[in-house]
Ligand binder design. Structure first.
Ligand code: NAD
Ligand code: UFG
Length: 336
């Protein structure tokens, strides 16, 4: 089976390409390197000892996507390409709506013309907005998201639902990721945002490698056991494997629209993350407690039962693995 992976040199995309290649899929990547580096393709090849076909360019380009479909018999698409920085999306909403929506619509239109109708979309737990309970289950309605990035995910989910309603020969899977962290065990792939990171683990990594002075834990007065926020962190390799399960499921159950949470089902606090990182990597992190960050919810995590029941998928890696593998990548990339 030949899979087109958009955004395949990005953080989650690159890990998913490795798992796809290891399972014998053929992989075609398209990426414009707006948030990744060309050398990632070589790293994927090095880890897997397999070849990939790569197109450099923009998923918003009709011409490029047509060319890819004309030159390859694509059986299905995993669509990772998109912008993902929450804060930036507040400052540059048009850039976010343009890139995330246009790339998706363009891709779907070309797929339809080529009668390729298996589509897996990178959605996010952010589409749940604020719910009445912290455990998010797929049957909950999407609620108001707090930023343009989140709204692009919610809008794309809606577009995909409308598309499926119009033509139910599509096979669409919406995967709602919780908080991906960790890296491939080789230390070659990982999350390496440019500039000062916003997310917890990349920030911890910069502090642990002395590229940033100290971490601020945002808020210690939440109504949680230790007062810090709770999230559902998922190792990126587990997350990548979830995509393979979704592809297999799509092949066995054609023509439908499915929604799955991809999370561990377990909430971890910021304090627990910091403590575990220190312990498994045998180091001390320089950190302070600061004000709450605007827009943060105190607690949420996945109900991961549907993915277990229908995809036969669950997370296997531990919080210790996430901390160890993340640090390994940070050390490795610093010495490159
Ligand atoms: P990433 O930025 O590392 O990867 C995205 C890739 O897409 C990058 O390589 C970038 O260069 C590429 N890209 C962006 N726009 C493009 C375009 N128009 N044409 C071609 N390439 C383009 O991000 P990631 O963390 O790997 O996330 C992948 C997907 O998962 C995104 O859609 C993101 O919104 C979603 N997601 C991520 C998280 C997270 O916390 N990392 C959580 C939920 C959902
Ligand atoms: N945090 C800190 N200090 C930091 C960075 C983060 O204390 O320097 C805390 C945050 O306050 C939060 C937790 O660490 O409590 C996790 O924050 P992240 O920024 O890593 O992740 P979020 O849960 O805020 O958001 C992430 C992605 C979004 C996505 C959402 C979906 O960044 O894109 O998960 O669940 F929509």
């Amino acid at each position: 089976m030949k899979i087109l992976v958009t955004g395949g040199t990005g953080y989650i995309g690159s890990h998913t390409c490795v798992e796809l290649l290891n399972e014998g899929y053929e992989v075609v990547i398209v990426d414009n390197f707006s948030n990744s580096k060309p050398e990632v393709t070589e790293k994927i090849k090095k880890i897997t000892n397999k070849d990939i076909k790569f197109y450099k360019g923009d998923v918003c380009s009709r011409e490029l996507i047509e060319k890819i479909f004309n030159e390859n018999e694509i059986d299905g698409v995993i669509h990772f390409a998109g912008y993902k920085a929450v804060g930036e999306s507040v400052k540059k909403p048009l850039m976010y709506y343009q890139n995330n929506l246009e790339s998706t619509i363009n891709l779907l239109d070309v797929m339809q013309n080529h009668n390729c109708k298996t589509f897996i979309f990178s959605s996010s737990a952010t589409v749940y907005g604020i719910q009445d309970t912290p455990k998010y289950v797929e049957t909950m309605e999407r609620r108001k998201q707090s930023n343009p990035y989140g709204r692009t995910k919610s809008m794309i989910e809606q577009i995909l639902e409308d598309l499926y309603t119009s033509d139910n020969s599509w096979n669409i899977t919406l995967l709602r990721y919780f908080n991906p962290v960790g890296s491939h065990e080789s230390g070659l792939l990982g999350d390496d945002p440019s500039g000062i990171p916003n997310n917890l683990m990349p920030y911890i990594l910069r502090v642990s490698t002395h590229q940033l002075e100290k971490l601020t834990i945002f808020g210690r007065d939440y109504e949680t056991p230790d007062g810090t926020c709770i999230r559902d962190y998922i190792h990126v390799v587990d997350l990548a494997k979830g995509h393979l399960k979704a592809l297999k499921h799509a092949k066995e159950n054609p023509s439908n629209l499915y929604i799955y949470n991809l999370g561990s089902g377990k909430g971890i606090s910021v304090q627990e993350m910091v403590d575990t990182f220190e312990k498994v990597n045998n180091l001390k992190l320089n950190y302070v407690y600061g004000e709450r960050r605007a827009g943060d919810l105190p607690e949420y995590y996945a109900d991961a039962n549907k993915a277990l029941k229908e995809l036969n998928w669950k997370t296997e890696k531990t919080l210790e693995d996430m901390c160890k593998d993340s640090y390994n990548f940070a050390i490795n990339s610093k010495s490159e």
